[in-house]
Design a protein. Structure first.
Length: 147
């Protein structure tokens, strides 16, 4: 019997799903990488640095409890650094695992400590796991041999 990962990878790589000649594979891979960077950009710049989503500061205050305005801006700045790292395509596998670890840790903490402040409540953890899965799948299933 095939493992679920093998079945999922076979489905993703199936020509009937996405015609994956080398050029298309590269386009899909880079497009997903840019979309991932965009998620970090929106969360860092719009939600935290420009303070357009006050819930983020409330979450930081509830979890860290130290100068929420400053800490929210620091986290937002670090998310912008993540955008630059993703777009630089340097140390890609390290970057991918760093993103996944940050996403999982952050969302497990929020799930346990402040589920009432999350956009989708406890369902946020599911969306975080899906996002982390997209990041991993893009790198390990879609990345062309040399990019």
């Amino acid at each position: 019997m095939s493992s679920p990962f093998f079945v999922a990878k076979s489905f993703i790589l199936s020509p009937s799903v996405i015609p994956l000649n080398p050029m298309n594979r590269l386009i899909v891979y880079r497009s997903i990488r840019i979309a991932i960077a965009f998620v970090w950009l929106v969360n860092g710049l719009w939600c935290k640095l420009l303070e357009q989503v006050p819930r983020h500061e409330q979450i930081v205050d509830s979890i860290l409890g130290y100068d929420p305005d400053l800490m929210t801006k620091v986290i937002g700045g670090l998310e912008l650094v993540m955008v630059l790292w993703i777009l630089s395509a340097k140390y890609v596998k390290l970057n991918v695992w760093f993103q996944v670890i940050i996403i999982v840790i952050m969302n497990v903490m929020e799930f346990a400590m402040v589920p009432d402040l999350l956009l989708w409540g406890k369902w946020n953890l599911l969306f975080a796991i899906l996002f982390a899965s997209i990041i991993l799948s893009n790198e390990y299933c879609l990345r062309p041999a040399q990019t």
